[in-house]
Design a protein around this ligand. Structure first.
Ligand code: OAD
Length: 241
């Protein structure tokens, strides 16, 4: 499988990767839907919806502060590093990530779109104010410095919220133009990201899925590699020029 994947990668001029929580799993960051995953232990409706924030902003801030503390303890793993290497080797490569941990950027990725926002951004609940801050203090019940009425909130996309329209349209352009899509460490259940897989296939791209488990998008894959990404990706890239 790895040899076949290598051959596909060697022939690809415009490879693209779509990543999910599995990419950061080997860094020690919990996924969402596996056993022990964040949505198995916590309620997404309380922690990742606008209504949950309206009900209890302090609880939401505390949970995201805890997640930021968790990420601060973690380092990028060989999966992140391999994608940075692919960016270096293929000038048209882009990474579309659903991860909000910023570890791909920490690893050195620059051609990356963060579909679901970032733990390191905060923004106003009501006006367009948004600011990146790697320290992100715990701003419990702090008011927006611009509109003075809205509460500041984590800069991640929650359930029932649209993604940034510019990021969606740029992602769709990349997906329809790519010739190889690596689907890496995502359960491929959350849209619009999951929909990028059939979209790429319909546009003629080959698909390689790297995930120890089957997903609803496995049926579109030209190749499925049932291994952890931190093992599979570096092997696929070995010797690639
Ligand atoms: P999930 O938790 O739904 O899926 C993680 C996937 O990673 C599963 O299919 C695992 O089998 C796989 N996996 C685990 N360890 C792996 C490893 N070492 N190598 C490769 N694969 C591995 O996470 P996502 O698909 O990212 O959204 O979930 C999508 C979105 O749902 C998240 O961005 C988040 C969540 O609600 C928001 O917070 C907006």
């Amino acid at each position: 499988m790895i040899e076949q994947a290598k051959a596909l990668l060697r022939g690809a001029k415009r490879p693209l990767a779509l990543a999910g929580a599995g990419l950061s799993a080997e860094s020690g960051i919990p996924t969402f839907r596996n056993s022990g995953g964040l949505w198995k232990e916590k309620k997404a409706e309380d922690l990742a919806t606008p209504d949950g924030f309206r009900r209890d902003p302090q609880m939401v801030w505390e949970w995201y502060a805890h997640r930021r503390d968790q990420v601060r303890e973690c380092k990028p793993n060989p999966g992140h590093t391999a994608l940075v290497e692919l960016e270096r080797l293929r000038p048209e490569f882009w990474l579309l990530t659903q991860n909000v941990d910023g570890l791909s950027r920490t690893a050195g990725a620059t051609r990356v779109l963060e579909l679901h926002g970032s733990l390191w951004v905060f923004k106003c609940f009501t006006c367009p104010y948004s600011r990146q801050d790697l320290q992100v203090p715990t701003l419990l019940n702090n008011q927006c410095p611009v509109c003075k009425t809205g509460l500041l909130r984590p800069g991640v996309v929650w359930f029932h919220e649209p993604l940034d329209p510019w990021i969606v349209s740029r992602s769709q352009e990349l997906v329809t133009a790519c010739d190889l899509l690596l689907v890496v460490g995502t359960s491929a259940q959350v849209y619009p990201a999951a929909g990028f897989v059939p979209l790429a296939m319909q546009a003629g791209a080959k698909i390689i899925e790297i995930n120890p488990e089957d997903t609803p998008m496995s049926k579109y894959a030209t190749l499925t590699i049932r291994q952890p990404v931190g093992k599979a990706l570096p092997e696929m890239l070995a010797g690639l020029i």
